[in-house]
Structures are given as C-alpha cells and as structure tokens.
Design a binder for this molecule. Structure first.
Ligand code: C2O
Ligand code: CU
Ligand code: CU
Length: 410
C-alpha cells in the first residue's frame, strides 16, 4: 500500500481552534503528490491548503495551516490532492484523520474509524482500475476500518462512546447503521446537530464524516453499510453492485454494566447565514458529455468528458470569481444519471434546500451529495481566506478526470 509514515491510515492529528499545524511532506512515491486538509477553514494560499502545489517524487514541501480561533470543531481528514493522481493515491492508502477538539462530551471511550476500500490483485499488489470502473468511480473489493478487514471492537454494556467515522473511500457511499445499539448524531462534517439526536442510519458520501455517540447494550452487533444506489451510466451498471450492503466491523458488548456518565452538555448553535445579506446567486452543474478526447492526464481512455458546466478542469481558468467578505447562494444541479458528491474547499457551505425541501436548521457541510437528476441549494461564506481554490466531485476518479473547477475570492 501507499502510506503516510508507514501506517494505514496515517496518524490521527488532534488540534484545537487557533492552532498552527506544520507538516513536512516528503514524497517517496513515484508519482507527484501534495497534501490537502479536507474541511479545514484555512488559507488556500502559498504553503497553506493549496491544491495547485505539486511535489515531485524525491522532493519535499513544508506546509503550514493556521486555524482561526473560531474554527469549527469536528472530524476532518487529510489526503493527497494532486490533480491526476488523487484517486490512485487515496485508493492506495493515503489518508488520515484530523480532529479539531474543543466540544468535549463526557464519554467512556473515543474511537476514530477511518473507513476506506481497496482492491489487491492475486500477488497482493494494489490493483489498477479499468476505464468503466473509473467512469463509475472505482470501489475496492475490501472495505477496511483503520486498515483492517472487519475488526472486532469490544465494550461493556452501558458505555457511552464517541465514534468519529470518516468515509475515506475513493467512490463508495456508506449508509451506516449499528442495529442493536443506541446511535445518536452529534454532527456531520463541520456542522453540529442543535440537539443530540437518536438516529437509525447515517449516509456518508465519499469525503463526509460523522461524529456519533454510541450507547452500548449487551450482545454482538455489526457496524454495517446498508447499501446505497448511486445510479448508473447507460450500460455501465451501478445500483446492484456498487456501494452494496456490507459489514464494516463487529462490536461485542459484554461484562459488567459501566458506570453512568453525566448528561451531554448543551452545545452552542451553529451560525445561520440566512441572517446575512446575500451578495450573489450562481448555478453550477455537474456535466458528463459524450467526449471526443480519449486521452490526457487522468483520462484513462474515458468515453465521457466530465466537468462542471460542460468544461473539464483547467488550473489556469477561474470559473467562479467571488468577493472577499460576501455571502453567495450556490445551486448545484446534477442532470446526470448518477449521484455526485459536491465538495468545496476552504469556504464553508450551509445547506438550505435538498430534494426541493427547505432545510430549517443551520446545516453546515463541506461535502453535499447531489442525487442523479437532483439539485441542492447552499449558502457559501466567503468572509475569510481570500485566494484561489477548487470545488469538485468527491468521487475521486471523477475529480481526476476533470470534474473540478476553480473559485477565486479577492
Ligand atoms: Cu477531500 Cu478536494 O478533497
Ligand atoms: Cu477537501
Ligand atoms: Cu462525480
């Protein structure tokens, strides 16, 4: 596998709002790479969270990420973001958890569960993806939790655990459930639930994270993905096989009842951008069009041209120019027959409409799934961090194939 410092996943980084993270990235791979702090609200410029940097094999780069004092707490992650090699490198094992602390809840244990998938060939080497797999977004034969196949977790009854779950899969959707246990949602991405809410299941598109509370009951339960139909492209079927039901891990609960913990403290409400004046409205569409061009970096002989608004990614073109300090409404449409998770770097998005329904509570996400033939509406906060960055499909094969665009704020 490909690794950060020899482990899969890479080491978990724990930071607090106001912290500075310094990273020396040394590229010992044989392909160019770089580093992205997914979900962090930090500067995209220079040696910050800059997706335009390329670190060649044998080269090093010093990153510095400065978290503002009001940075949201929650579960984030880091992974490579060098256009053209992202899917191969993440699929190969390059990802790690990044926890922004500061919203402690009394729990008996915290677990970080990084879920990924991978395919190995008969020799135990990383398998490469075929053109149809790339077009749908490759999914691995093996689903891993912290680098292991179906690990067994153990606990005593009556424990309250905090589970930080990251969907680090290249393309697989996870529809999480833990039947037999009590599951509650603290937040998704950088967003916090106004009230801790009991849930039966949580859908995580590639790139999404969940902050969960698990209150244990005696017995053995499976952490499962229930399966999710993310669509199909003509003859290339999705539904049946892709993102199908699977067991991720087991949780064996036995022994003496654990001591009761204090109540979950009330959590501060997330801000609501609807209280701010709107500066601009835009509409952005995921597009897949019959392509002429078969080759090119990351294209792998794809028959389709993937992009936004009919154009593939071009690092030298600015697709959306926004004003520093503004609030914009972005409507993301998906006229294609498969789902695409929309991800915007640096600038937080507040979801205000999904499947035609208004979203009443402040709901902050950095990855929003846009269903096939559907749309979502968001508000984007450009208050902080002028500079140039990207939005893209978080099916990473699509991103490498050109489903990415440039946004510049100044
Ligand atoms: Cu998790 Cu632009 O990526
Ligand atoms: Cu990201
Ligand atoms: Cu996509």
């Amino acid at each position: 596998m490909l690794t950060y410092n020899g482990t899969v996943p890479g080491q978990t980084w724990r930071v607090r709002p106001g912290d500075r993270i310094e990273v020396l990235l040394r590229n010992e791979l044989d392909t160019p790479t770089n580093l992205h702090t997914h979900g962090l609200v930090v500067s995209p410029q220079d040696n910050g969270d800059n997706p335009f940097i390329s670190v060649d094999p044998g080269q090093s780069f010093e990153y510095r990420f400065d978290l503002p004092e009001d940075h949201p707490t929650g579960v984030f992650w880091y992974h490579p973001h060098r256009h053209g090699t992202v899917a191969d490198q993440v699929f190969g094992g390059l990802y790690g958890a990044l926890i922004v602390e500061g919203d402690e809840v009394p729990v008996s244990r915290e677990r970080v569960l990084v879920v990924s998938d991978i395919t190995l060939d008969g020799d135990g080497e990383l398998a490469s993806a075929s053109a149809p797999q790339v077009m749908m977004g490759r999914e691995g034969d093996l689903v891993l939790v912290n680098g292991q196949v179906r690990p067994e977790l153990t606990a005593r009854p009556g424990e309250r655990e905090r589970w930080r779950v990251i969907n680090a899969c290249t393309s697989r959707y996870l529809h999480l459930a833990l039947p037999g246990q009590d599951l509650a949602l603290l937040g998704i991405d950088g967003g916090h639930e106004p009230e801790v809410r009991e849930v039966e299941q949580v859908l995580l598109a590639p790139g999404n994270r969940a902050d969960l509370l698990v209150t244990t009951r005696g017995g053995t339960s499976e952490l499962r993905s229930l399966g999710y139909d993310r669509g199909a492209m003509g003859m290339v079927r999705g539904g049946g096989d892709l993102s199908g039901p699977t067991t991720l891990a087991t949780l064996a609960v036995s022994g003496d009842q654990a001591a009761a913990l204090g109540p979950v403290p009330e959590r501060p409400a997330d801000p609501d951008l609807r209280d701010r004046p709107l500066d601009e409205r835009r509409e952005i569409a995921f597009t897949m069009t019959m392509g002429g061009g078969m080759m090119g970096p990351g294209r792998r002989g794809m028959m389709m041209d993937l992009g936004f608004d009919g154009r593939p990614f071009d690092a030298d073109r600015v697709d959306q120019q926004t004003a520093a300090g503004s609030v914009e409404e972005w409507t993301i449409t998906n006229p294609t027959p498969m789902d695409h998770p929309f991800h915007l770097h640096v600038w937080p998005m507040q979801l205000i409409e999904t499947h035609g329904d208004q979203v009443s509570e402040p709901t902050w996400r950095d990855v929003v799934n846009v269903p096939a033939n559907g749309r979502v509406r968001t508000l984007v906060d450009f208050t902080h961090h002028p500079g140039r960055s990207v939005y893209h499909c978080h099916i990473l094969d699509h991103e490498d194939a050109g489903m990415m665009a440039v946004v510049e704020t100044r």
